[in-house]
Design a protein around this ligand. Structure first.
Ligand SMILES: [Zn+2]
Length: 346
């Protein structure tokens, strides 16, 4: 098991960051990685926290705009040249992924500072980057620490939060796929990790009204659940508790209709359809996503009916070593279209 050493969730905690990093026995110089927009917002408070006279750190800042393998290599190179002691990824997805993989490749500690709650990469050991010739995440290391400011996260775009909810609700089918793989293929199945991932999904389902109203308590539930889901993957040593057939659908959509819908939005839509294949209450999942304000149809993410059908067919062929309900459903064009229609995705 690889787990974060410390998880701090609170309000207005940026001024505390220097002290928190000192408590983790980090020293020397930090390399901060973020996107340009996030930088505009968080540079002033983060800089003044790191310039603190008692808990100060030397630091430099690198801006990235894509999560690609070449950006990871660039950041690793800068970290080495500037004798960086640790990396801080600040942002939603891309910056965290790039900083996580660059720190893993450079064998340096990594601290995750999420500014939105859009997926479980903020705490998981996995990084999703372009240019690796596969559409899914690769294994790196979990963050040494996660520092999540609910105030900052709640001011991010509501769409990012609803995407995070889709990524969480997807654990309902991911865990069932994992269980199925254990039954049919004798794959390792960890009950504790599976329960923790399932709990993250159930928490979102139980709090969908509060999340839908964007109450701070609702935002906090999503952040805690995303962190727990990432930790579940760290416990399992695999993304299995967090990623099943619904994620394969999301990856297939990204290949066939790149840029249409956020990761968690596509996972949420995928979960509705995979839930039907698993014979669980797909209507309840659809209603919860609607309550939260997440998309439940192809139209809402500007995708076409054919793209959804093609993605359903491609999904089962993306990762042959990963047994899921798609291996049992053996979808054809006709049955895939029926599935999407019956679940009102198209
Ligand atoms: Zn995901």
């Amino acid at each position: 098991m690889e787990l974060p050493q410390r998880v701090i969730i609170g309000f207005d905690i940026f001024p505390e960051i220097g002290r928190i990093l000192k408590e983790l026995h980090l020293e020397g110089s930090a390399l901060i990685v973020s996107g340009p927009n996030v930088r505009k917002i968080v540079e002033p408070p983060l800089s003044s926290a790191l310039n603190d006279k008692d808990h100060g750190f030397g630091f430099s800042w690198e801006t990235i705009s894509v999560s690609s393998f070449s950006e990871c290599e660039r950041i690793s190179y800068i970290a080495k040249e500037s004798k960086t002691s640790f990396l801080i990824g600040v942002g939603g997805g891309k910056s965290i992924d790039v900083a996580k993989l660059a720190s893993f490749n450079s064998n340096l500690p990594f601290v995750s500072v999420p500014t939105s709650a859009s997926h479980d990469g903020i705490s998981s050991p996995f990084a999703s980057v372009l240019g690796l010739r596969r559409p899914y995440s690769i294994v790196a290391k979990p963050p040494m620490a996660i520092i999540a400011d609910i105030g900052v996260i709640s001011s991010a775009s509501p769409r990012l939060l609803t995407s995070g909810c889709g990524d969480l609700i997807s654990k309902k089918t991911a865990v069932r796929d994992w269980e199925l793989a254990s039954k049919r293929k004798n794959d390792y199945f960890g009950k504790y990790a599976a329960s923790l991932a399932m709990l993250s999904a159930d928490l979102v389902l139980a709090n969908c009204m509060s999340i839908g109203r964007r109450e701070l308590e609702g935002v906090r539930v999503v952040v805690e659940a995303l962190i727990s889901a990432g930790v579940a993957a760290g416990i399992a040593g695999s993304s299995r508790p967090c990623s099943g057939s619904e994620h394969l659908f999301s990856h297939a959509m990204e290949i066939l209709a790149p840029g249409k819908g956020l990761h968690g939005e596509k996972c949420g839509i995928g979960t509705i359809m995979m839930a039907k294949l698993h014979g669980i209450d797909h209507e309840a999942i659809r209603e919860a996503l609607q309550e939260i304000g997440a998309p439940t149809t192809a139209k809402e993410i500007s995708a076409t009916e054919d793209e959804v059908v093609e993605a359903l067919l491609l999904a089962g062929n993306l990762r042959k070593e990963r047994y899921t309900i798609l291996d049992e459903a053996k979808l054809t064009s006709e049955s895939a279209r029926n599935l999407a229609k019956e679940t009102r995705v198209i």
